[in-house]
Write a protein that binds this ligand. Structure first.
Ligand code: ZN
Ligand code: ZN
Length: 368
């Protein structure tokens, strides 16, 4: 009941406010912040004002919502979330409660935009989309640093992940389609996805041993997406895996505020845009396309396996030394164009590696 009321109020107050990048002015609801901690300070004044306004407008019991004043004077009405992209599928999210969710940690050991585990300040929940190395490589380093925290992972591949990285079994939160975990500050719901599309058939290669500890092979078996519902009503879908037609129906009732979506080399732009249109998020944040660029340049022998001939012609160029280069700007634009055509109310937002952004509803005083 609380959530419904909050969402309705926020929608009314925010009519006409567009999401946009930092620096647009006071009425924006997305902004880049230099550090997560900064925004937790100096909130008491606005908290009081918000609480009083809520009390005046409603006979229902007052819910004290956290609100934070950021730089540029923007105040987040409902607290909102903060987000940074490490690289690949790796993200860190700060909930209104101040707790941090880490997704797909590929940090010190990443081959694209590595990020030091040392610089991560908290890990209260950890979500694993699947057990491929570019999604879990630094999971043990986080456990060593932060000790006990729930690790969410699909049930078919939990065993291989916990064995391969020698993780503490008490941290394991098994997931399957529709499994939901509620905590005081967040509800996390898991959905199965797919990791099996490819231009060419995917089979167990000769080099892969029939070994249950091989995360390369098992990572293809199970992919989990997650819906994160923060206590202030903000909903973020972390969508992982391949574009398949069935998925537009799977998530169509969720209508997340933000869909963080995997741009695979194998993704089909038309199906991708169809899914966005069905889910109708306010924002689509693409990821994993940086890894395509790294893959093309570092493992050119994998190009034929991962990209269709048509996509190779569109997005790969060869320099005078016959070295392949992937045009990630053009690739993102290709998907953005498809979204604009299929779902003009959703906006694709490309964020920079390693920078903090804030998302939430904001308000500003109007001139007389
Ligand atoms: Zn994978
Ligand atoms: Zn991956």
């Amino acid at each position: 009941m609380f959530k419904f009321k909050l969402k309705r109020a926020a929608a009314l107050m925010c009519a006409g406010i567009m999401f946009c990048l930092a620096g647009c002015g006071n009425s924006t609801s997305v902004q880049q912040s230099s550090a997560a901690e900064e925004t937790k300070a100096d909130s008491s004044e606005n908290e009081t004002a918000t609480t009083q306004a809520a009390a005046e407008n409603s006979a229902e019991p007052t819910v004290v919502l956290p609100s934070v004043a950021g730089e540029n004077g923007v105040t987040m009405l409902n607290g909102g979330i903060q987000l940074r992209w490490f690289n690949n599928a790796g993200f860190e999210m700060v909930l209104p409660s101040g707790k941090h969710i880490i997704v797909d940690p590929y940090l010190d050991s990443a081959n694209v935009e590595p990020f030091p585990v040392e610089d991560i300040e908290r890990c209260d929940y950890l979500l694993v989309s699947h057990v491929h190395v570019d999604h879990v490589a630094d999971i043990r380093a986080l456990e060593d640093k932060f000790g006990r925290f729930p690790i969410f992972v699909g049930q078919s591949t939990a065993d291989v992940l916990f064995q391969e990285y020698d993780l503490d079994l008490r941290n394991m939160y098994i997931c399957d389609d529709g499994f939901q975990y509620k905590f005081d500050d967040v509800t996390i719901t898991a959905f199965t996805g797919r990791h099996t599309e490819a231009p060419n058939p995917t089979r167990r290669s000769e080099s892969v041993k029939a070994d249950s500890t091989n995360t390369g092979w098992w990572g293809n078996f199970e992919v989990m997406s997650y819906l994160i519902e923060a206590s202030d009503g903000t909903e973020v879908l972390i969508w992982a895996g391949m574009t398949t037609e069935d998925q537009k129906y799977k998530y169509e009732d969720l209508r997340p505020d933000i869909a963080i979506m995997h741009l695979s080399p194998k993704s089909d732009a038309a199906i991708f845009a169809d899914m966005v249109a069905a889910w109708n998020p306010k924002l689509v944040i693409p990821h994993h396309y940086d890894a395509i660029k790294a893959g093309v340049e570092q493992n050119p022998d994998q190009i034929d396996r991962n990209l269709t001939k048509e996509k190779q012609e569109m997005f790969i160029t060869y320099d005078e030394n016959n070295v392949a280069h992937f045009d990630e700007d053009a690739y993102v634009k290709y998907f953005n164009d498809a979204i604009v055509a299929a779902c003009p109310t959703a906006q694709m937002l490309r964020i920079d590696h390693h920078k903090w952004y804030r998302f939430g509803f904001s308000y500003a005083e109007m001139a007389e």
